[in-house]
Design a protein around this ligand. Structure first.
Ligand SMILES: NC(=O)c1ccc[n+]([C@@H]2O[C@H](COP(=O)([O-])OP(=O)(O)OC[C@H]3O[C@@H](n4cnc5c(N)ncnc54)[C@H](OP(=O)(O)O)[C@@H]3O)[C@@H](O)[C@H]2O)c1
Length: 263
């Protein structure tokens, strides 16, 4: 089965391409790096020729309100039009758990626009809502830093390893389209402030995490469960402490688990 991975050079995309190839599929990594640009349409017709499935794990180079909206709207429109012409049978896109609850943020309005274009198209689809990647925790710390303090609310978060995200996306990509949303998450929930505190301590980062219930995440004031998936979410097996203690990219397997409360 030929599967085109848009954003195939990225964090999730590169892991996904490897996993699909390990399972015997013809996986094509497509991104500006390899001459495929969903914003301009460059290289898309050729990349999509004879493809059964297209997986979109691309991301916008800018998270500013206007460019990020332009990225997800234009690239998704282009991609869906080229897929229709190539008679692609399954469009898979990676989005974020709670997108519909985070619309005060321009980034999440853009992800919502991406999802709405997919739902309105004629192509069978699966939208995957993943929770925050462990690999993104440093980013959360960085954009929440004021001076030498990191201001974060104690809202719950259920993060997961990028490797487990890629495994889940791969399984869904080779299955039948669900024409809806599938949620995936990590095996444990943490208060957000505590998660970042543990990460910074493990990395010997001197920044102090200050708990502030009104501190904003991507400009959004979170309630306790804004970021966590529902009870039907499929869960990766990699625990945060295991990931913290290993070199990045060394964690390989995923099995379904029951959710645990940590912290
Ligand atoms: N971060 C999180 O915690 C989180 C949680 C849930 C879901 N997600 C979603 O996961 C997705 C993937 O994230 P990631 O961290 O793996 O992304 P990433 O590492 O930043 O990679 C982005 C990819 O997009 C490609 N790209 C950029 N502009 C493009 C264009 N014009 N045409 C085609 N491809 C283009 C890049 O290609 P080049 O390398 O060639 O530039 C790269 O392969 C995102 O859509 C994000 O919303 C993220």
């Amino acid at each position: 089965m030929k599967i085109v991975v848009i954003g195939g050079s990225g964090l999730i995309g590169s892991k996904l391409v490897n996993k699909l190839r390990e399972h015997g599929h013809e996986a094509v990594a497509a991104s500006p790096n390899s001459g495929v640009n969903t914003l301009t349409g460059e290289g898309l017709a050729e990349a999509l020729k004879d493809a059964s499935v297209v997986v979109d794990v691309s991301n916008s180079p800018s998270f500013e309100d206007a460019p990020v909206m332009k990225f997800f709207e234009t690239s998704t429109r282009n991609l869906l039009a080229y897929e229709a012409a190539a008679v692609v049978g399954h469009h898979v896109a990676l989005s974020v758990v709670g997108t519909e609850r985070l619309l005060e943020s321009g980034y999440f309005r853009a992800k919502m626009a991406q999802e709405n274009l997919i739902k309105a198209s004629s192509i069978p689809y699966s939208i995957i809502h993943a929770t925050q990647f462990f690999e993104f925790v440093k980013g959360i710390a960085d954009f929440s830093t004021v001076g030498n303090k990191v201001l974060l609310p104690p809202a719950l978060i259920q993060p997961m390893a990028a490797d487990d995200v890629a495994s889940a996306v791969g399984r869904i990509a080779v299955g039948s389209p669900v024409n809806g949303i599938v949620e995936v998450g990590g095996p444990e929930q943490f208060p957000l402030d505590e998660l970042v505190r543990r990460f910074l301590a493990a990395r010997q980062d001197p920044r102090e995490v200050v708990t502030d219930p009104h501190a904003r995440y991507y400009g959004v004031e979170l309630s306790e469960r804004t970021l966590v998936p529902g009870d039907d979410a499929r869960l990766g097996e990699t625990r945060f402490e295991t990931w913290l203690s290993q070199p990045t990219g060394q964690i390989q397997s995923t099995k379904p688990q029951r959710v645990r409360k940590a912290g």
